[in-house]
Design a protein around this ligand. Structure first.
Ligand SMILES: [Zn+2]
Length: 417
């Protein structure tokens, strides 16, 4: 028996030393630490398409969709959780609630695959049970204007992460707007403090650099960027500068790097601005309101658009370009502050090799080839996010013992003016 036991031990130690191929390492990582994706716009397919609004049956998720996300491809991509952007057709609360209805109905319709999870332990439990956790998030703050009671009500519904403005001004200045608040508005400051008290993650994507720095100055809990890249590599207000990243490290927060091609290389970004100009000058004049257009007009506009695109091809952006952001941020602030936020279903310009949810392994594969270790990859796929989520919950628990609910109100309109 003794000899047999020794033989077994020898076998085990031999097995432990077998070096995994990059592909094997990636599948091991995703099996043991499924990916928590920082941002997706799945609801767009029910709310913002040509035939929308439409029912869940009109866009089933258990077969391959024409979007970036569905159950088969999330499974293939090793996805364990999705911070899912909840939004409605307009800026009013009543419209916003339709998004919440959809998210809970998706959970009901696919009980073996999705579960809304609103605490870090629920997220872990959901993944352990082999399901994909939906963590409700918000990518604007129109519905939070008025008073802080709205935030508390949405927290009770399950809201756990908020982007303080979309590209335009809101309670903070938006990244692509003329600043009016000099960063974060006074009401925005109250909102940040109340989010700390409730245990809602603050998301710095989409606001100006001044806004990011304002939040980092006052927040009592770690913050996230759910989808943004390093500004030194691609200079746009949507990405995080070195100064912001260094403060993020001090804050204990997280940047979930995003495979949106125009936030990944300067060439693609500059092209995108030219393209936007073209849309503004030619298409918007010709077709001012796509929702008022007939089917024939839409087909005509699409054809014109295709011709323009064929004559002005987008610069190619590869997984290697994207991986450069991982290396850069790791060198600057360390691996403990990096995650992945795809922006799937919310962006049209993809990176070659990262075309949908099934292709997440390609990112990890490139990182393995650059020398990233198994434990570093697990931090990126889920551990860093869970650490931040837990810290946000812990801080909220402490604050609730010593602070009363905030009572701030605001007078500016939904566009933050
Ligand atoms: Zn976004």
């Amino acid at each position: 028996m003794k000899i047999y036991g020794l033989f077994l031990m020898f076998m085990v130690s031999c097995t432990a030393q077998v070096k995994l191929s990059p592909e094997e390492m990636v599948s091991k990582v995703l099996k043991e630490a499924p990916l928590i994706d920082g941002h997706n716009d799945l609801l767009i397919h029910y709310i913002w398409c040509q035939s929308c609004p439409r029912e869940l049956d009109a866009y089933p998720l258990d077969t391959i969709t024409d979007g970036h996300i569905d159950i088969p491809r999330l499974r293939r991509g090793g996805v364990g959780a999705l911070l899912t952007n909840i939004f409605g057709r307009g800026k009013e609360m009543i419209e916003y609630l339709q998004g919440w209805d959809l998210i809970y109905r998706i959970e009901e319709k696919y009980p073996n695959d999705f579960q809304v999870a609103v605490t870090s332990s629920e997220v872990k439990e959901t993944m352990k049970n082999g399901k994909i956790a939906i963590i409700p998030s918000m990518e604007h703050t129109y519905e939070l204007i008025d008073d802080l009671g709205r935030l508390r009500t949405l927290y009770r519904l399950g809201l756990r992460s908020v982007i303080l403005a979309y590209n335009n001004n809101n309670i903070a200045d938006g990244a692509f707007d003329e600043p009016i608040h000099d960063g974060l508005s006074e009401y925005g400051k109250e909102l940040v403090l109340e989010m700390n008290r409730l245990g809602i993650m603050i998301d710095l994507s989409h606001i100006t650099e001044k806004g990011m720095l304002d939040v980092l100055e006052i927040t009592r809990a770690p913050v996230i960027f759910s989808h943004a890249n390093a500004r030194t590599l691609t200079d746009t207000e949507r990405n995080a500068s070195d100064q912001v990243l260094l403060k993020l490290k001090e804050n204990g927060g997280l940047i979930m790097l995003t495979p949106v091609n125009y936030f990944t290389t300067q060439e693609a970004h500059d092209y995108f601005l030219v393209k936007l100009d073209s849309i503004k000058k030619v298409f918007q004049q010709k077709y001012p309101d796509p929702y008022q257009m007939s089917k024939e007009e839409i087909e005509k506009a699409d054809a014109e658009w295709d011709t323009w695109e064929a004559a002005n091809p987008m610069p190619k952006v590869t997984v290697k370009d994207f991986a450069d952001h991982f290396d850069y941020v790791k060198n600057l602030i360390g691996v403990d502050h990096i995650g992945i936020g795809s922006d799937f279903d919310g962006m049209s310009y993809l990176i070659e090799g990262i075309e949908d949810a099934s292709t997440f392994p390609n990112i990890l594969l490139e990182l393995v080839n650059r020398g990233w270790t198994e434990s570093e990859l697990k931090k990126v796929t889920q551990e860093n996010f869970l650490r931040v989520f837990e810290a946000v919950e812990k801080k909220a628990g402490e604050l609730q013992k010593i602070e009363q609910p905030g009572i701030a109100k605001v007078t500016f309109d939904k566009d933050g003016k």
